[in-house]
Design a protein around this ligand. Sequence first.
Ligand code: MRU
Length: 361
Amino acid sequence: MPISSIDKEFKNLDTVRLSDEGDSVLIIDQTLLPNEVKILSLTEEKEMYDAIYLLQVRGAPAIGVFAALSMYVLSLNNREEDRDSFIIEFKRQKDYLDSARPTAVNLSWALKRMESVLLKEAQVKEKNFRERFLSVLKKEAISIYEEDIETCKKIGENGVTLIKDGDGIITHCNAGRLATVRYGTATAPMYLAKEKGLNIKVFCDETRPLLQGARLTAFELSKSGIDTTLICDNMSASVMKKGWVNAVFVGADRIAANGDAANKIGTSLLATAAKRYNIPFYVCAPRSTIDPATRNGNEIHIEERNPKEVTELWYEKRMAPKDIKVYNPAFDVTDADLISGIVTEYGVLKPPFTEAIKGIF
Ligand code: MRU
């Protein structure tokens, strides 16, 4: 339920956090941006599931932090009277949230972390299980939230070494502060470049069909004073050909053990164009987005979404024939051989990625 319509400085707001009272999860409702900055306060499992599914909270790291904080808040209201029933209810709610979106591995990664601290604590056979369970769950959720902030700072420090004064950069979708708690992954190097006084120009792909580039990235970068230009997705090769682009920085939802990287639909096309024009293509992501259990991109489950996102959403009237078939995958996989480097909190991983990835696990 909405608690307030806030007009205050957007830049001081975390994308996701625990409320000061500690009994609800607060998110910026990203479906309303850039026209309205509204904070939602969530306590119920259905509204948490919907927040993920409807992209009120989105971006792989932000979804992970949100899921962890949500499991703590749901556990506060878990009324089961014995330890086993408490755990069964916890697992039911965890699986429910996990089913909201399949591609971003951070969702199941964060939920597994929450489950494993609970199961570890459950081995202690003392009476006051509820207090102890809540205490470890809160601690783990806050760690996941704090780690996200620190990780993005480090991605920024590692990524900024790839940027020179005067560079033009293209980014796709929103791997910005709105996709994490604070700094973003692909945008963290840009924010740091600005802080260091480097002049950069960023081109944001609008990112059909949900317009995360136009609504979110263009909004947050321009608000922070970065020289930002919005382009349609089909314009990126053209600005590359003009020589306006020195590097591409994007995020990822799941990176396989061989470096294949799933990210917002259209990323793979951008990487292919970058290769054609000899422009380095960097994927910026925390280690939690790398899934060593997924061998390559073919094993990544790609979410397919409602056809109306393509035919109707954003238009005053439907813009496609009534019964037209629509294919609407939310993500695609960029082949590892198109990626110049994976910028993580552990440094910039270079090909061959299989070895480089093993090295940080
Ligand atoms: O469907 P979305 O908006 O959740 O897709 C988000 C992306 O594809 C991001 O690039 C990715 O999650 C990385 S966010 C740091």
